[in-house]
Design a protein around this ligand. Structure first.
Ligand code: P6P
Length: 336
């Protein structure tokens, strides 16, 4: 006589991807291999994040990165970890990191390097020393087949966000959670420390279509464009609450689960926005849309945006469709 299983089935990411790839016979397990590398790298990073003070990797390195930001020791630990772990996956061709001025060419597209991994190894790292949630963000592109070797690697990298084949993030919070998409919905995994594996928690996660929470650093109010100022004034009389952690992955993860809207508009200090297009905004926009949300740069759909430079910055408006539309309605009024 069959009986109900005593234990809940443990579904790891590799198993989850493999099961989905069965529906696509032409897929050769490439994404499984890449995502298994990302899960290994982020489990190593997580072990350092959880014991940073003990492992002596807290604090600043005393240098600045290409972004002109103070480099934290954990930034380098995370960056080295991802480069090492993914650099040995033979289908990886190019790696682009927020921490590195130039791309790392692991294997040229012409000699079998099929994929490009773009990542922010540790987003929000200025919050590490005060124990605020931080995260790793990644995006996966396929090298283009219509480009001659003589054109170099940049045309492979500067593809629109709509060409991503996978994207996700790991948020190192009260628990360690990995969220990913390969274009077949958004799936959420929680790291089970007792077995050292990310195990499936939620499949086909849907972002609420609305939510009365807006997330923005209002210290820059005076330098925001007029339509953004009008929207923020409007929220004060329409029952909205404000939440801002100052760590993009954490602010986005809350928006994904609870609904609402996150804004990083242009400012005087960052007239093109502060967040990076290729390895912060694009992966989160892919996830947002796959979960039924929306992502714009205040002018166009983010996944349609052309990147002209490796570390290009962009304004970011991302979240529940109704909330993004509400912000954009103030822009449209401004145009009429
Ligand atoms: P501000 C962290 O430094 C970061 O890159 C994102 O994680 C975060 O959303 C943003 O900057 C915060 O910027 O200007 O509000 O401190």
């Amino acid at each position: 006589m069959s009986r109900e299983p005593l234990t809940r089935p443990i579904i790891t990411i590799v198993q989850h991807i493999a099961e989905r790839q069965r529906a696509f016979p032409e897929a050769k397990g490439d994404l499984t291999w890449i995502l298994s590398g990302i899960t290994l790298a982020t489990r190593i990073i997580e072990s350092y994040v959880r014991r940073a003070g003990i492992a002596g990797v807290l604090g600043e390195l005393g240098t600045e990165n290409i972004q002109g930001e103070v480099v934290q020791k954990l930034d380098i630990v995370a960056n080295e970890t991802i480069l090492r772990v993914l650099g040995y996956r033979d289908i990886v061709g190019i790696m682009v990191s927020e921490e590195d001025d130039e791309p790392t060419i692991v294997k040229s597209p012409g000699s079998g390097g099929k994929y490009i991994i773009l990542f922010d190894p540790l987003d929000g790292s200025s919050n590490i020393d005060v124990n605020v949630t931080i995260g790793t963000i990644f995006s996966v592109l396929r090298c283009r087949e219509d480009i001659d070797e003589s054109e170099g690697t940049l045309p492979h990298i500067l593809q629109r966000g709509s060409y991503q084949v996978a994207a996700g993030y790991v948020v190192y919070g009260s628990s360690t959670v990995l969220v990913y998409t390969t274009g077949q919905g958004v799936h959420l995994f929680t790291l089970d420390p007792s077995i050292g594996a990310f195990t499936l928690h939620t499949e086909h996660l849907q972002m609420p279509t609305s939510g009365k929470t807006y997330s923005v650093n209002e210290a820059y109010y005076d330098s925001f464009p007029d339509p953004v100022q009008k929207y923020l004034d409007w929220t004060k009389h329409n029952g909205y609450g404000q939440r801002y952690i100052g760590s993009l992955v954490a602010d986005f993860h809350r928006t994904l689960l609870k609904g609402g809207v996150f804004l990083y508009p242009p400012t005087r200090k960052n007239p093109k926005g502060k967040l990076r297009l290729l390895y912060e905004a694009n992966p989160l926009a892919f996830i947002a849309e796959q979960a039924g949300g929306a992502a714009w740069d205040f002018n166009e759909r983010l996944l349609d945006k052309r990147a002209d430079a490796l570390h290009e910055r962009t304004p970011l408006l991302i979240g529940s469709t109704e909330e993004v539309e509400k912000v954009m309605s103030f822009h449209d009024r401004g145009k009429s």
